[in-house]
Design a protein around this ligand. Structure first.
Ligand code: NAP
Length: 891
């Protein structure tokens, strides 16, 4: 039986004056609205879809401008909910044209008999929550109002064109078109002087085609954009073979991917590849004509790191210079003001080559802004252009425009959505808004939406919403509303996610920057499609966490709380570790654990280059110890940081903390000497502590030989290494030197008490477990020794110690003793700076280039060390490397 034959209760449609009573009203009959209607019907909900246009299609109904196509490959940009539908439709091209996509949506509407529940040519003019009836009351521009239990905005992200914001448009006597509202009748360019304003995707797709037909085309460009060749043609055989080989697996991989297209996570980092290797990868990607491929498959750091990104951006800039013959035009077309991908890049067909045509002129509005549109054309502050036609490809009031501006939405207590969102959109999961019960947004702000393959995100949103409505109905609930706590938590998580990417570094429609006066902030969810899906599932698994539900047939249920507490990349790392089903380190024995750690570390990205890395030996407490020295690329002599690795006095070596030492060296501009102190059980307490002290003394005495600045040294360490660094400061004070200018303690062990709350709260689940700590303690020291300040520095005399920077992580058993040490040091008169890294675990700050959100903490640590050494906190021109990973939220 075809799905369409599944009957839902019909709505009670009355004559045109009366109200239409339905379970659910949906606005929009595009990709999202059509699938919603299908699913809601199947679930037995009476539904009406209200659509402003005269037919289905949504954005594909309106955006009929010449050259309009999708820029996600069509095999991926399709519905996947019904395998029969997939079999019944064949796309003719790799990137389908707008007419073909519109035909596809019409085909879907026919196949499931959807049109009969769609009210076309109708706009919702207001939507008001009726508290007494517990329903939404809608007024419409055409015919009956609607009363519905649930109200769902399937309005799309790019459906409300923004005004051109240029004076005089109404004075122009020629033809005026907007790409986002293109007429259904053919527009004739032949023999005409045409102006296109705007060089986003719409401009870039339409400009080459208009240029082929017009007598002359003048393009008015404010900001150049990155564009890549689509290499359109038949559907690529390799992708088709993958899809047809195992359709279900292909689709499932897309659902759990980052962008909604089944590509693996790229692991190689840019600095591991030679120039030639990077170029080869880039050329291959350029030849694929696949935006998602180029955005995700070159090297792992391209989307999260300025340096990694610059490699791609420069290679594209080279391409522009190669294609465009006139150097001045090429330069004007070359983007320099944003990282590649931070603003939506475009897929093009002959875009740059179009500027080689004699009938095309580029006007760089950065050099000569438009002053007015006149009766005959466009005037800049330098000259006037007479034209017959102006095409505005000036974009949209994205993400919020269609929801907020199209009609007033009034929620609980008479609150308007426009007011609630005055400072930027607030949602829970991008799907709901606190205070607006039973209102759902599909691909709303706060969902992955425009940073993903929309088809995949839409199906996930729709399935989640409809499944919730069914579950509510089954449980007797009639209202659902997000809690303020959940919504605030989502805003925090959104902010954390946006720190992982470069989107916040560009002024774009993603951030609201394209609309004057609009609140600024990254609106789509930057954490990826798969992680987002898992969070939505978690909300359900945890009893509709963050929602209050009521109904006459059930007791009120409010499961208040935030769904994500961890930093997004930490959450991913923990998820991956959980899937790997790793052995418990404490079950492996010391040797086994060391071997495991060495193997485990092989999978991480290699540390970044520094000026020089060299190994040597130094004198420890009872013999020679290995060390590894990291020297900055800048001229010395540099201050020296003596560094102690982590590993519970049992594990680790100079290699285990290598990426961190490199990062510290680069960020601080100082020499880092990582000391290979002795380990237990071969050498129990106080071997590690005594080695730490002896090594520091030796390094201070040999500073000049090491190429370092003579005088005070600094000490630093992570975990047990932090313990050794803290102990070294106490011993140096008590034993007559060496002079230590400052101590950096990262998640240090400071005490042998295990009853602080962090030990209990974080006993399991965050990599370093309580039982692992017990194991370390037992191997290193006997209970009788554990009150000795050489292993429990919190119990020592804390007066007269060097200034300290102490970093602790929220989800770490060692958190509270680190905080206590910081407070005790400060109370004893030391200068102390504390960083409590929210959402991080014990290993976070060490996981350079994996836990990107730890970067801002790493910046602060390096700045603190520089401050201790009497250097300006910020690295100045003396460092010959570009700024490293973008700052990210940690504190
Ligand atoms: P857009 O990316 O926002 O581009 C608008 C262009 O107009 C920009 O170049 C902008 O310059 C310029 N502009 C805006 N106001 C202006 C003014 N007052 N004076 C001069 N220039 C002005 O809009 P879009 O091209 O319509 O694309 C929007 C999004 O829709 C795309 O990013 C994409 O996600 C989607 N889309 C996709 C496809 C596809 O291939 N499937 C096609 C079209 C659109 P500034 O950058 O300086 O603001």
């Amino acid at each position: 039986m075809p799905d369409a034959a599944v009957a839902a209760r019909s709505s009670e449609t009355t004559n045109s004056g009366a109200t239409q009573q339905v379970d659910v009203a949906v606005v929009g009959a595009g990709f999202a609205g059509l699938y919603l209607l299908h699913r809601l019907r199947k679930a037995g909900f009476s539904t009406v879809v209200i659509e402003e246009a005269g037919d289905v299609g949504g954005t594909w109904y309106w955006n009929r401008y010449p050259g309009a196509r999708c820029d996600i490959q069509t095999i991926d940009y399709s519905y996947t909910f019904d395998p029969e539908l997939e079999k019944a439709w064949q796309w003719s091209e790799k990137y389908a044209t707008q007419p073909e996509i519109l035909r596809y949506l019409g085909f879907v509407a026919d196949r499931y008999d959807l049109r009969r529940d769609i009210r076309f040519n109708t706009k919702v003019t207001s939507a008001t929550w009726d508290e007494s009836a517990q329903r939404w009351q809608l007024t419409t521009s055409n015919g009956a109002g609607v009363s519905c239990r649930h109200y769902i905005m399937a309005t799309g992200c790019l459906s409300t064109p923004k005004p051109p914001e240029i004076d005089g448009v109404e004075d122009f006597k020629g033809e005026v078109y907007f790409t986002g509202r293109w007429p259904h009748d053919e527009v004739k360019f032949a023999g005409k002087r045409v102006a296109v304003i705007g060089t986003g995707s719409s401009g870039i797709q339409s400009i080459p085609i208009i240029a082929e037909q017009a007598a002359h085309l003048t393009v008015f460009q404010r900001t150049p954009n990155f564009a890549l060749p689509a290499h359109n043609g038949p559907q690529p055989a390799d992708r088709l073979a993958m899809l047809e080989g195992d359709r279900a697996a292909y689709r499932e991989q897309a659902r759990w991917s980052l962008a909604g297209v089944p590509y693996p996570q790229q692991m190689a980092v840019s600095w591991q590849l030679s120039d030639a290797e990077r170029r080869e990868r880039f050329e291959q990607a350029w030849a694929t004509g696949d935006l998602v491929y180029v955005l995700t498959q070159l090297w792992a750091d391209q989307g999260v790191d300025i340096d990694g990104n610059a490699h791609v951006a420069n290679l594209i800039r080279e391409k522009i210079r190669e294609i465009v013959k006139d150097p001045a035009t090429a330069e004007a077309l070359t983007p320099h003001d944003h990282p590649f991908g931070a603003k939506r890049p475009c897929l093009d067909t002959n875009y740059y080559a179009t500027y080689n045509r004699p009938n095309v002129t580029l006007v760089n509005l950065r050099q000569e802004p438009i002053t007015a549109i006149t009766a005959s054309g466009i005037t800049t502050d330098k000259r006037s252009f007479d034209v017959d036609m102006i095409v505005f490809a000036t974009g949209f009031d994205a993400m919020t425009g269609a929801i907020r501006a199209v009609h007033p939405i009034t929620g609980r207590g008479g609150k308007s959505l426009t007011d609630v969102w005055a400072n930027g959109p607030q949602t829970y999961l991008g799907l709901t808004v606190a205070g607006f019960p039973n209102l759902f947004l599909i691909t709303g702000p706060g969902s992955p939406s425009v940073l993903s393959n929309m088809a995949v995100s839409i199906e996930q949103h729709v399935d989640w919403v409809v499944d919730r409505l069914v579950a509510m109905r089954d449980a007797g609930f009639t209202t659902i509303d997000a809690t303020e706590t959940a919504q605030a938590g989502w805003a925090q998580h959104m902010g954390d996610c946006s720190m992982m990417t470069l989107h916040r570094l560009a002024n774009t429609w993603y951030t609201g920057a394209n609309v004057p006066g609009k609140a600024q902030g990254v609106m789509p969810y930057c954490g990826g499609v798969g992680p987002y899906r898992s969070i939505c599932n978690e909300v359900v698994a945890r009893g509709m966490l963050g929602f209050r539900m009521t109904g006459p047939g059930a007791a009120e249920q409010c499961n208040d709380g935030k769904v994500v507490h961890l930093q997004p990349d930490v959450r991913l790392v923990l998820g991956m570790l959980a899937e790997m089903n790793l052995p418990q380190i404490e079950q492996l024995g010391a040797e086994g654990a060391r071997g495991f750690l060495t193997e485990f570390n092989k999978a991480r990205p290699a540390g970044r280059p520094v000026g020089e890395v060299g190994d040597g030996v130094l004198h420890g407490a009872e013999g020679l110890l290995p060390y590894r020295l990291y020297r900055p690329a800048t001229p010395g002599p540099h201050p020296i940081v003596v560094y102690f690795h982590g590993g519970g006095w049992v594990l680790g070596d100079e290699q285990s903390d290598d990426p961190f030492c490199r990062d510290l060296c680069r960020r601080s501009g100082m020499i880092v000497v990582s000391v290979g102190y002795r380990h237990a059980p071969e050498h129990r307490f106080p071997a590690a502590a005594e080695d730490g002290y002896a090594a520091t003394r030796w390094i201070a005495e040999h500073a000049t030989e090491l190429g370092g600045r003579p005088g005070p040294v600094l000490v630093a360490g992570w975990s047990a290494g932090g313990n050794i660094a803290a102990v070294t400061c106490q011993l140096a004070r008590d034993r007559g030197g060496p002079e230590i200018a400052g101590q950096l303690l990262i998640c240090p062990v400071t005490d042998s008490r295990y009853d602080r709350p962090s030990y209990t709260e974080n006993a399991v689940g965050y990599f370093l477990t309580r039982s692992m700590m017990f194991w370390f303690w037992d191997i290193y020291s006997s209970p009788a020794d554990r009150t000795d300040p050489r292993v429990a520095p919190l119990r020592g005399d804390l007066k007269g110690l060097p200034p300290a920077f102490i970093a602790t992580c929220e989800f770490d058993p060692l958190r509270d003793e680190g905080i206590e040490y910081a407070e005790a040091l400060a109370a004893a008169g030391s200068q102390v700076e504390q960083l409590q890294a929210r959402g991080h675990i014990h290993t976070s700050l060490m996981m350079v280039d994996v836990v990107v959100t730890g970067a801002s903490a790493r910046v602060k640590m390096a700045e603190a060390l520089r401050g201790f050494a009497g250097l300006p906190k910020q690295l100045g021109s003396e460092q010959d490397v570009a700024p490293i990973t973008v700052n990210a939220a940690a504190g």
